[in-house]
Design a protein around this ligand. Structure first.
Ligand code: C5P
Length: 280
């Protein structure tokens, strides 16, 4: 089976506090984007992949977790055509894990719901539950609580400064922020209203400052994208990728071309439109 694993961007990432287990309490609006890895998964005797990531391979971890949960004896061979930058804050490894759960649920004929797969994904990584849902979500807790939200299609340029960001390091340096009003709730409303200026105004990432202190190249890239006329610019996740929001598709395409000329890895892509009847 061939399956596309979509990357994500965080339009908000609020760090609310440090938890006793070492993780952080988050609130984040997570949107899947049209930048993807391609997975080919077939049934096999053991569980293996060709990524060479060893124990850090989240797709293998997800397959093992699912086999154990569903008590299946079957295995899987996973081939990944990697296009999402690694250590880039775009959830590449988590997207592969989420796609593996969805595909093996079908290949092994398990009949589990997205919600069940999402819960199982939490044991694999904090970003996996949101990516299993396959649409825009408001993510809370450590990442395990996800609610679908409505979102329009939005043109983006995503670029990477060529730095492999350490999620653990970035979190350990960040200072939780106390706000009177949740930026994520404002973002949920702005997306539901398809109000791009309001969306651009609500972009916030509490990890950006600590990531920039470790990797100053993120700050330079942010300024580059801003100078190309983006309505809003933000680092995604724990970095190092940065995205810019554009009203017009052609402007996002031009920005991606200009960034590539400056030797950044850059893509024009868009968020997936999601329809949700109840607003989170
Ligand atoms: O869950 P995951 O393995 O993706 O998390 C990677 C690292 O990111 C954790 O070890 C932790 O340092 C940090 N993290 C955190 N709080 C979260 C999610 C991740 O501190 N909610």
């Amino acid at each position: 089976m061939k399956i596309e694993a979509l990357a994500k961007v965080n339009f908000t990432l609020e760090v609310l506090g440090r938890r006793p287990d070492g993780y952080h309490e988050l609130r984040s609006v997570v949107l899947p984007v049209t930048l993807s890895d391609i997975l080919e998964i077939e049934e096999s005797s053991g569980i293996e992949s060709d990524t060479g990531y060893g124990e850090g391979d989240l797709a293998v971890k997800a397959a093992r977790a699912l086999a154990e949960f569903a008590r299946v004896k079957a295995g899987a061979k996973i081939h990944i055509d990697k296009r999402i930058p690694v250590g880039g804050g775009l959830g590449g490894g988590s997207a592969d894990a989420a796609a593996t759960l969805v595909a093996l649920n079908e290949i092994w004929g398990l009949g589990l719901s997205r919600e069940e797969l999402s819960r199982l994904g939490a044991s694999v990584g904090s970003d996996v539950p949101s990516l299993v849902m396959g649409g825009a979500v408001l993510m809370e807790g450590r990442g395990e609580r996800v609610k679908p939200i409505s979102s329009p299609e939005i043109n983006l340029v995503i670029a990477n400064p060529g730095v492999n960001s350490s999620t653990r390091e970035v979190y350990s340096r960040c200072v939780p922020v106390v706000r009177r009003q949740s930026s994520s709730q404002l973002m949920v409303d702005a997306l539901a209203d398809n109000d791009l200026p309001a969306v651009s105004d609500c972009l916030v990432n509490d990890l950006q400052e600590s990531a920039i202190s470790l990797y100053p190249a993120i700050s330079r890239l942010t300024e580059e994208i801003r100078s190309m006329g983006a309505q809003g610019v933000l680092m995604s996740g724990s970095g190092s990728s940065v995205f810019g929001v554009f009203e017009a598709r052609e402007d996002a395409i031009k920005a991606a071309e200009a960034l590539r000329e400056k030797n950044f890895r850059a893509w024009h892509c868009r968020t997936l439109a999601s329809q949700c009847s109840s607003i989170a």
